[in-house]
Ligand binder design. Structure first.
Ligand code: SF4
Length: 694
């Protein structure tokens, strides 16, 4: 029996884990959270929740939190606790020294998809107006940056096209590269409900997830493709649709450019793209693929939901465009029950992208080279902005190794543990002269830091998160920041230490600035959010109540654009030394590298990460269930226990990356998406052998 106290008051706020964005009532006794109760009026969750939002908030008061700023001149020195004033003055002095010595572009910043829109907006503003360059990037770089590129090219804006309610009107669903049961549980429940009502399901995934077959759910088709062949499979689906003339001609003529469609159709019709021609290297039987194409094109409202199994590839952006092609070819855009929907991993991936975190874009996805857009910000911020895109995270690390990038401010992101090719990340960080980590815990990146600025949790701040359906939800402060300042206040004080004339007294004033500069947020204020509960952008004069569904009468870019999607095999090849392909995912109770969930009650549900291996591959290697095995790739090696299962196909192994000991990114490669540099986490050639073997 767990004794909980009697709550004295309750505050409605938003879960800080996944992109579903569930609303909760934090039931409080003074400044102590008694429990988190899913809020029945929350529009994203309607009173439902998962074990992360419900139980995994104890990290806010965990003893490991660092509450005082710390400095050390050299990373070999011990940390020295200092006042906030000293830490911020030291940081500002170091950044200015580096810029004086190495040039204006020798410093940059990284925003966090865990922080609020307001905090993200301030970090990109600090880099642009304070550092006077565009070296700002976001941790979305390593997850959904291909969504930004692909949907931007095809439709004109980077956002999921639907609200979650839309799934209740769908007849056929494609889930590709996503495992919502574990990654987006509350959305998964709504999807499963619709499937139990009779909607049909196509799962495209190398692994047999719960959606493929579980009590009361059975996918009509599971296309268990070889990791790395998404684009070939999606183009083969398009081939089958064009080949059998089951595309939606009237939609295409009305909403897209017919001659572009004809060009695309002749491309996908080439025999080399056919299901029969691609079967040998995708592993998907041609008959099964054609049946799935027929079902999606002719089965009524067709919706696509996808995750990092689409984006985290060397052709991540191409695969996103291939999904857009499929939706347009079948007329599945612009009404309930259809659409192309990225399932965002972190709570505010959508928001961090919306807020101008990319080195080429100002808030609202407007390219930095656009003079009119720059002028809006230049007038308001009182500075002249650089019109050249800045460095992405991997380019910052390359430049650090080359000696031209020397200082970085990292808010809420453990790049050493999260980013691929750990050795290269470490080399880049090690080469810098001022690494500032602004976070809750002394994470792996902090081993390379010179300044540690304590971060605050979602319970200690006001602000907004934007979920995967573009819903702007309020985050409300329920306790005083244990470290003294909410994250937005720290960035504000750092800007002031750098000599900038910033004066915000509350995040609502930052939102007012966002609304004044970003047309899709034109009508968003805290008062309006309180009144409406939440709104989905665009929310402005043209869409005063927000926009649950996008591209209803026309695409943001005008005509939807069909784009040729040529399959190019990844450079990561299997061979005699590394004959298996590793892919990765998550479990329900844990979140990313476990920094938060492993410091909560949820740790009880996760002892270690396991390596799933097919019985055939295990037997060949003399591996039995529970054996400690060595997982090696061209990049590095780690060890973990084997779980023998036919959830994975022969030739494929799978693991999660929640436990700090696993260090899955020691083995991942440095291959990245051709358009966005998103890492290719989902395909690594590996060998598995008994840990105590030769
Ligand atoms: Fe909802 Fe996601 Fe939080 Fe679970 S982790 S409660 S699904 S927002």
């Amino acid at each position: 029996v767990i004794e909980i106290g009697t709550p004295e008051h309750a505050v409605v706020t938003t879960c800080a884990y996944c992109g579903v964005g569930c609303s909760f009532q934090a039931e409080m006794r003074g400044e102590e959270v008694v429990r988190m109760v899913p809020w029945k009026d929350g529009k994203a969750n309607r009173g439902h929740s998962c074990v992360k939002g419900r139980f995994a908030w104890g990290y806010a008061t965990h003893k490991d939190r660092i509450l005082n700023p710390m400095i050390r001149e050299k990373t070999s020195d011990p940390w020295r606790e200092v006042s906030w004033e000293e830490a911020l003055a030291y940081t500002a002095k170091e950044f200015r020294r580096i810029q004086h010595q190495y040039g204006r572009t020798a410093v940059g910043g990284i925003t966090s998809s865990r922080c609020t829109n307001e905090e993200t907006y301030l970090v990109q503003k600090l880099v642009r107006a304070g550092f006077r360059n565009n070296n700002v990037d976001t941790c979305a770089r390593v997850c959904h940056s291909p969504t930004g590129y692909g949907l931007g090219k095809a439709f004109g804006t980077s956002a999921g096209t639907q609200d979650f309610d839309s799934v209740e009107h769908t007849d056929v669903v494609i889930v590709i590269g996503a495992n919502p049961t574990d990654g987006h549980p509350v959305f998964a429940s709504r999807l499963k409900k619709r499937l139990r009502q009779g909607a049909k399901l196509v799962v495209i995934d190398p692994r047999r997830t719960d959606l493929v077959k579980s009590p009361h759910i059975k996918a009509a088709h599971h296309l268990a493709l070889k990791p790395g062949t998404n684009v070939a499979v999606l183009t083969a689906l398009a081939h089958a649709i064009v080949d059998e003339a089951i595309f939606d001609e009237s939609f295409i003529r009305e909403r897209c450019d017919w001659s572009e469609f004809e060009d695309w159709a002749s491309f996908v019709s080439e025999e080399r793209h056919s299901p029969e021609a691609t079967e040998s290297y995708t592993g998907v039987p041609a008959g099964e693929l054609r049946a799935a194409a027929r079902l999606f094109a002719t089965g009524g409202n067709g919706a696509i939901y996808y995750g990092l199994g689409v984006t985290e590839h060397s052709q991540g952006s191409t695969a996103v465009m291939a999904l857009a092609n499929l939706a347009m070819a079948t007329g599945n855009i612009g009404r309930p029950g259809v659409g192309v929907n990225p399932l965002r991993g972190q709570n505010n991936v959508q928001g961090s992208c919306d807020m101008g975190s990319f080195p080429h874009e100002l808030p609202g996805y407007r390219h930095i080279s656009g003079g009119e857009t720059r002028e809006i910000f230049e007038k308001l911020w009182g500075v002249e902005l650089d019109n050249e895109p800045g460095l992405r995270i991997p380019n910052m690390l390359d430049a650090a190794v080359d000696g031209t990038f020397r200082g970085i401010y990292i808010q809420g992101e453990d790049i050493l543990q999260s980013d691929p090719d750990t050795k290269h990340v470490a080399a880049g960080l090690d080469a810098m002269e001022c690494v500032v980590v602004h976070d809750l815990f002394l994470n792996e990146t902090a081993n390379y830091a010179h300044v540690f600025l304590p971060g605050s949790t979602f319970l200690e701040k006001d602000g907004t998160f934007t979920n995967a359906e573009r819903r702007i939800n309020r985050v409300r402060k329920v306790m005083t920041p244990k470290n003294g300042y909410a994250d937005w206040e720290v960035t504000l004080k750092l800007a002031q230490a750098l000599g900038l004339d910033w004066n915000y007294s509350h995040p609502s004033e930052i939102m007012a600035e966002i609304a004044a500069t970003t047309p899709s947020f034109g009508k968003v204020t805290y008062e309006y959010l309180d009144k409406m509960g939440s709104v989905q952008w665009p929310c402005n004069e043209a869409h005063p109540e927000g926009s649950p569904i996008m591209h209803v009468d026309g695409f943001v870019r005008g005509k939807g654009k069909f784009i040729r999607t040529e399959y190019v095999a990844t450079d990561e090849k299997t061979g005699p030394r590394f004959p298996l392909l590793l892919t990765t995912g998550r479990i329900l109770s844990q979140y990313n590298v476990g920094a938060q969930t492993r410091r909560t009650a949820n740790v009880a549900w996760h002892e270690e990460d396991l390596l799933e291996i097919h019985p055939h591959d295990a037997e060949q290697r003399g591996i039995v269930e529970g054996d400690l095995v060595r997982l090696a790739s061209r990049s590095g090696e780690t060890s973990l226990r084997a779980k023998i299962t036919d959830r994975v196909s022969p030739g494929v192994v799978y693991t999660t990356f929640h436990h700090p000991d696993t260090q899955a990114n020691v083995v991942t490669t440095d291959y990245t998406d051709w358009a966005t540099n998103c890492p290719e986490y989902k395909v690594t050639a590996v060998q598995v052998s008994p840990a105590n073997g030769p």
